[in-house]
Design a protein around this ligand. Structure first.
Ligand code: SIN
Length: 527
């Protein structure tokens, strides 16, 4: 067999990166495999076979029929990492059909069998902890320390839902009629569409997929175009764990996202849609899913208030603000967005927080010295710039930072003081490393300010007055409260919001969102 000239030359990573994208794997499988493995070397993993450049449908790694590719870059360096297929409508339908074909057998496995497979998947995530974490840093930009935290968090959802699988108990309900008994059983809902964001390339998948698989559902996953490689590595590990073909399907897309997303929501074969991302997109998907009255779980945007009362432990409040505001360089839905500090401790809190933030080191997340990585892309940087300039134009002071590093995706971690209530940052999520401080006088006033938002995902406050702790926790209009802590995320909690922050809860008892309750009334039983 003669190969095209371009393929006969040496397989240097740079060279193959260009040509892997255009090679048809089915025509030259062995050359494709060598080029893919050479390209995977760019990632520097101990196990390069975790890197996949194709989507997964029905247990097969496949390219887009159009041959089109999405280029994925490292946000810290802007270097190209590799390409994945630009899938479209046809491939999405195939993925959904594959999930539907796999459903009857998968849904009939015992809960214990699903538990064991999920635990194997969990063990593989732990075994490949270093590689999976490095991958998160390479495509998302967060520091390796944070990426390791994410991989552990991500794996914990598989462990948690493995343990939930065997506890999807039903119920016996005393009957109103003589000679009858009511029994409620729980059954898997069917094929689930999973749409996930780039800020947690791994954990937002396992939070949904773990619940779906444990319940006995099959899945079609659409990862974000910015961070597909972590998702593909998870798919590869699911195969190694022994999860059968078709149970997990994964389509990568960027340009065709509207078409793919529509099919994932409107298809009659799909019985549930689960999404994490922005509120505007959540509304669109909810509308599409409503055409067939599907179940939805939507974890949408937040605008978390972080409140420090005069009676707070200031040391703890500062530590918590740093974690809560600057985790993932401020790119989580539960990050503090508005920081309200009571007048008695305002000056101390502001100057101590600014001093700590000034010591942060931004850079490549793989570098040991780096404390904070880049934002995902320059559009994200532009939003932070807008929030800073808007607040400053309305009277805010820059205590530290306040600007981006030109021609990069880096924004210098920033603290603003005297941010007025009408600043943009107080009404919309910044999703960046910007701590905006606003002074308040009374508990009533700050509760009113905190609740003056269309969204309500998380809220945090610091106080040592036990009465106030209960009052404020109960009055904040959010789904999750951190009272004297800035970190709430864990597999066991019901994660989700109120108002326009979404519908449903994930983690915790979230497996029930992937199951239907069925009543069976038995008659003719005598008294
Ligand atoms: C998110 O940002 O959407 C999730 C954050 C978390 O799970 O902590």
């Amino acid at each position: 067999m003669r190969f095209p000239t371009a393929i006969r030359v040496s397989l240097s990573p740079l060279y193959t990166r260009t040509h892997l994208a255009s090679l048809k794997p089915h025509l030259y499988p062995s050359v494709y495999a060598r080029m893919a493995s050479s390209q995977a070397a760019v990632f520097g993993l101990q196990d390069p076979s975790l890197i996949k450049f194709q989507s997964l449908i029905d247990g097969k790694w496949v390219d887009a029929k159009s041959g089109e590719k999405i280029v994925v870059t490292n946000p810290a360096t802007n270097d190209e990492l590799g390409t994945v297929p630009e899938m479209g409508l046809e491939e999405t339908k195939e993925a959904i059909e594959a999930a539907a074909r796999a459903f009857p057998a998968w849904s009939r496995t015992t809960a214990k069998e699903r538990h064991d497979l999920l635990m194997k998947f969990f063990q593989l995530m732990k075994q490949h902890h270093e590689d999976l974490s490095r991958l998160i840093t390479l495509e998302n930009g967060k520091t390796l320390t944070e990426a390791k935290g994410e991989n552990s968090y991500s794996a914990s959802f598989l462990e948690w839902f493995a343990e939930e699988a065997v506890r999807t108990y039903g119920e016996h309900i005393p009957s109103a009629f003589p000679g009858t008994r009511n029994v409620v059983i729980k059954q898997p809902i069917g094929v689930v569409s999973i749409l996930t964001p780039w800020n947690f390339p791994s954990a937002m998948i396992t939070r949904k997929l773990g619940a779906a698989l444990a319940a006995g559902c099959t899945a079609v996953i659409k990862p974000p175009p910015e961070t597909p490689f972590s998702a593909l590595a998870l798919a590869e590990l699911s195969i190694r764990a022994g999860i059968p073909p078709g149970v997990i399907n994964l389509v990568t897309t960027q340009k065709n996202v509207a078409t793919v997303g529509r099919e994932m929501c409107e298809s009659k074969v799909v019985k549930k849609v689960t999404f994490t991302g922005s509120t505007p997109v959540a509304k669109i998907l909810a509308g599409l899913a409503a055409t067939t009255l599907k179940k939805v779980s939507l974890e949408a945007g937040g605008n978390a208030p972080f409140i420090v009362f005069d009676d707070a432990n200031i040391d703890e409040a500062i530590e918590a603000a740093i974690v809560c505001k600057f985790r993932g360089s401020g790119q989580t839905c539960v990050c503090a967005n508005r920081i309200y500090v009571q007048s008695g401790v305002y000056a101390e809190f502001a100057s101590r927080l600014a001093e700590r933030v000034a010591a942060f080191k931004v850079g490549d997340g793989l570098d040991d010295e780096t404390t904070h990585g880049p934002l995902i892309h320059t559009r994200a940087v532009e939003k932070v710039e807008l929030h800073v300039s808007d607040a400053v134009s309305k009277g805010a002071q820059v205590l530290v930072g306040g600007k981006s590093i030109p021609n990069t995706s880096f924004f210098i971690p920033t603290v603003l003081s005297d941010v007025p209530h009408n600043a943009l940052i107080n009404t919309e999520e910044t999703f960046g490393p910007l701590a905006a401080l606003t002074k308040f006088e009374t508990e009533e006033e700050v509760i009113r300010l905190a609740n003056d938002s269309d969204v309500g995902l998380a809220g945090y406050f610091f106080s040592r007055d036990v009465g106030r702790v209960w009052r404020v926790a109960e009055r904040l209009e959010v789904g999750m409260v951190g009272a004297n802590t800035g970190l709430i995320s864990q597999a066991a909690i019901p994660f989700g919001g109120v108002k326009e922050s979404g519908l449903g809860r994930e983690g915790g008892h979230g497996i029930s969102d992937y199951m239907n309750e069925k009543l069976i009334t038995f008659g003719g039983l005598g008294n």
